[in-house]
Design a protein around this ligand. Structure first.
Ligand SMILES: *Cc1c(COP(=O)(O)O)cnc(C)c1O
Length: 373
């Protein structure tokens, strides 16, 4: 059987986790957490990176830093994971969903401006499949309307837009290291902070509202409760597991890209014959092969295709149920404009197996099976 996902694990993971255990250094902000933060800062060029317990928590932290208040409106696509909305709903804000572009499944940047009201506080672009949103347009809208931008870059590490890393455009960016992502620590994430002015407050909120980070750096001689906060720092054991992968990040990325390209080449004739649709990578976007999806004709054909793959020992899955159609989405949010593509396109999309360790032969077999259908 070919699984849909196998969590990534690097050879050194065992040594590094063992180091934490042997040295009895397992709490947060240890050596490996710092190594991960520095690695991400150097690779992305962000001002500051703070490892967190999840991407969901990184987004929550961003919502707190952005001072999101009850009644504020936050513009985001309806085609996304629940966390994108949850972080703001927890602050009493209203997610305002807009339609996506059918080519990338990303927020349609042309629909953002019409959705802005005097209550709008932030825009949350989601880089689906590690393929960038149209960030030039989005940053321009944000600047003209004085809005905060929080990038849900859960799937976006190692991907870029016009040469700049995803997660570094907005005031804040959030990565995920969940086991379904390109690099994983089981559960985990990271907050990327663009502006120096937000760093200290982020450290405080992440450390239960205390200035413990400053204390550890020897900048103050005792730490105290200075603001509201929560606990968003992961155990150093999880960071150790992740760091082993970051050390070989290019190798993992190249292996994934080779799989992605193999899918694409294999399935191109089928797409050219109009039987399926393939993902689009707009110019200026360098993606990270987070996902390979195809689109069937409609939901019935997709269901049949998923079942056919399963009969042939291949696990494929559909993806997000649009948030505005979910009970919580209806309770907390609203859809602005027309749902022209969100529901229709999401019903056609299916994700094929993609993980570090999948082989090109397996991809060939999957593609052959798709062609036979
Ligand atoms: C995975 C994912 C999340 C949540 O990440 P966690 O680390 O599990 O909290 C949020 N948004 C998107 C787009 C994701 O793909």
């Amino acid at each position: 059987m070919i699984n849909f996902n196998v969590p990534p694990c690097a050879e050194k993971a065992m040594d590094y986790v063992k180091e934490c255990v042997v040295n009895q250094k397992i709490c947060g902000d240890g050596i490996f957490t710092k190594k991960c933060n520095t690695w991400i800062e150097e690779r992305t060029g962000t001002t500051k990176c703070l490892l967190t317990t999840s991407c969901t928590h990184a987004t929550e932290l961003a919502a707190l830093l952005a001072d999101i208040k009850p009644g504020d409106e936050v513009i985001m696509p309806a085609y996304t994971f629940v966390s994108t909305a949850d972080a703001f709903v927890l602050r009493g804000a209203v997610p305002v969903f807009v339609d996506i572009r059918p080519d990338t499944m990303n927020i349609d940047e042309k629909l953002i401006e019409p959705a802005i009201t005097e209550k709008t506080k932030a825009i949350v672009p989601v880089h689906y499949a590690g393929i960038a949103c149209e960030m030039d347009t989005i940053m321009d809208i944000a600047a003209r309307h004085h809005l905060i931008v929080i990038e849900d870059a859960a799937q976006g590490i190692m991907a870029s837009y016009k040469g700049k890393a995803l997660g570094t455009f907005g005031n804040f960016g959030a990565f995920s290291f969940h086991e379904t992502k390109n690099y994983s620590m089981g559960e985990g994430g990271a907050l990327l902070i663009r502006d120096e002015k937000d760093v200290e407050e982020a450290e405080i909120i992440r450390e239960k509202g205390t200035n413990r980070s400053k204390f550890y750096r020897g900048q103050i001689d005792k730490y105290t409760w200075v603001n509201f906060g929560s606990s968003y720092l992961p155990s150093d054991m999880n960071a150790a597991y992740l760091y082993a992968q970051l050390e070989i990040a290019d190798e993992i990325n190249n292996a994934r890209l080779a799989l992605w390209n193999r899918y694409y080449e294999n399935l191109l004739p089928l797409a050219e014959a109009g039987k399926i649709e393939l993902p689009t990578v707009p110019e200026g976007c360098v993606h990270n092969a987070h996902m390979f999806y195809i689109k069937a004709k409609d939901i019935e054909e997709r269901t049949a295709r998923i079942a056919d793959l399963k009969e042939n020992g291949i696990m494929s899955v559909f993806h997000y149920i649009p948030l505005h159609t979910a009970p919580a989405g209806q309770k907390f949010g609203r859809f602005h404009g027309e749902d022209k593509y969100t529901t229709a396109e999401s019903e056609r999309l299916m994700r094929l197996p993609m993980y570090y360790g999948l082989t090109l032969d397996q991809v060939d077999y999957i593609c052959d099976t798709i062609k036979k259908f």
